[in-house]
Design a protein around this ligand. Structure first.
Ligand code: TXA
Ligand code: MG
Length: 322
C-alpha cells in the first residue's frame, strides 16, 4: 500500500512521473492513469495497477503537435484534417508507430493510439516533461471510468502516490478512437466526438462496430465500464421499475424525476434533455448508485443521436453481464 494524495501540484506530479511513478491525471474526457510512455517499466506498472490484460493497448498523450514525429510515421493526410479540427480534444488516432514507443504500450500492434488532451493542467504537465504520457482511464479494468478525483481515490487509493485534481471532467465520456484504412478514417470506439461530426468533416468515414466481431479496440469489448451492481438498460423505465417489484432499485433517467423512487436512489442525467450534460453526468451517476448497495440499477436509454450513441454504447456494456 502506498499513501495516495489528492492535490493540484503540477510540478510534484511531473517529478513523480520523471522518477517512473504512476500518477492519475485529469483530462476533459475521464481521468487517466499516466506514466512515461517511453519507459517499459512505467507502462508495466500501469497495467498492473489497473489489472488490465497486456493485450489491451494504451493511449499516448501529447501536448505539442511537433512531438508527433518522434512517435509516428506515415501519417495519413486525413489524420491531419481530424487533428486540425478536433485537437486538442477528445480525439484519439491510430498511427503507425516508431521504435521510440515500446511494444508494451501498443500490445505489440504496429499502430500507436495518440491523443492531445485539452485539460489545461494536463497540457501544462505534459509541457514540463520530455516524454509523452501513456494513460488508460484510471479505473480497475472493466469498471466505471472516473470523472472526478474522488472516483479515482475510491477505486485506486493505496495503489498510486498522487491524483492530480483537475475537477469534474467536462466531457465525461472517453475519446473517440479513429484508425485509418489508407486515407479512410475508421471509427473503432464511439466517444465524446460524435460520428456525425467526424462524417461532416470526412464524409467517407466508416465504422467498425462490435457486431462485426473484431475487437480491434478492446474498449469495444462487452461488459466493460460496469458497476458492481446488476445493471439493466431499458427504453421503458416504468415497466422495468414495475418488474423489479420489491427489489431495492436505483434509477438513472435521461431527463425525468421518477415519483415512486426515493430521491437519493435516482439520478437525472439532464433535466433539460441536453446530451452533452448527460454524458458529463453519466459515470458519476453510475458511481453514486453503485455505492448504495442496491439490488439493481435501472438505466433509461438516451436518444440515439450525436453523443447519445456513445452514451448508449457505454450503457449497453455496463448492462452486459460479467
Ligand atoms: O478519453 C480517453 O480516451 C481516456 C483518457 C484518459 O485519455 N483514455 C481511455 O483509455 O479511455 P482506455 O485505455 O480506457 O481506452 C483506450 C482505448 C481502448 O479501447 C484501446 O483498446 C484502444 O483505445 N487502443 C489503444 N491503443 C490502440 C491501438 N494501438 N490499436 C487499437 N486500439 C487501441
Ligand atoms: Mg477505459
Amino acid at each position: 500500500m502506498v499513501h495516495t494524495q489528492i492535490g493540484k501540484d503540477i510540478d510534484y506530479a511531473a517529478s513523480l512521473l520523471r522518477s517512473g511513478e504512476i500518477v492519475a491525471i485529469p483530462t476533459e474526457t475521464v481521468y487517466g492513469l499516466a506514466g512515461n510512455a517511453f519507459s517499459e517499466q512505467a507502462v508495466k506498472k500501469i497495467y498492473a495497477i489497473k489489472n488490465r490484460p497486456l493485450h489491451n493497448p494504451l493511449i499516448v498523450h501529447l501536448a505539442e503537435k511537433s512531438f508527433l514525429d518522434r512517435i509516428a510515421i506515415n501519417i495519413p493526410s486525413t489524420a491531419f484534417l481530424l487533428l486540425e479540427k478536433f485537437s486538442p480534444g477528445p480525439l484519439t488516432i491510430l498511427l503507425e508507430k516508431k521504435e521510440s514507443i515500446p511494444g508494451i504500450v501498443t500490445s505489440g500492434l504496429p499502430h500507436v493510439a495518440v491523443r492531445f488532451p485539452s485539460h489545461p493542467m494536463t497540457i501544462e504537465l505534459l509541457r514540463l516533461l520530455d516524454f509523452p504520457l501513456a494513460a488508460p482511464s484510471a479505473n480497475p479494468f472493466g469498471y466505471i471510468s472516473p470523472t472526478r478525483a474522488e472516483h479515482v481515490m475510491k477505486q485506486l487509493g493505496g495503489k498510486i502516490p498522487y491524483i492530480l485534481d483537475g475537477g469534474i471532467c467536462d466531457k465525461g465520456i472517453e475519446s473517440t478512437v479513429v484508425g485509418f484504412q489508407g486515407e479512410v478514417p475508421v471509427v473503432h470506439r464511439l466517444g465524446a466526438i460524435s460520428l456525425e461530426d467526424i462524417r461532416h468533416l470526412i464524409p467517407g468515414t466508416i465504422t467498425k462496430t462490435r457486431e462485426e466481431h473484431q475487437p480491434v479496440s478492446p474498449g469495444m469489448l462487452l461488459h466493460h465500464y460496469s458497476p458492481s451492481t446488476k445493471t439493466i438498460l431499458t427504453d421503458d423505465l416504468e415497466s422495468a421499475i414495475k418488474q423489479a417489484g420489491n427489489k431495492k432499485a436505483g434509477v438513472i433517467s435521461f431527463r425525468r424525476t421518477i415519483h415512486n423512487i426515493p430521491n437519493d436512489h435516482q439520478y437525472t442525467l439532464s433535466s433539460s434533455g441536453d446530451l452533452e450534460e448527460a454524458a458529463r453526468n453519466l459515470y458519476d451517476a453510475l458511481h453514486q448508485l453503485d455505492a448504495l448497495q442496491l439490488d439493481l440499477i435501472i438505466v433509461e436509454k438516451v436518444p440515439d443521436e450525436g453523443i447519445g450513441k456513445a452514451i448508449n454504447d457505454r450503457l449497453e456494456r455496463a448492462a452486459a453481464r460479467r
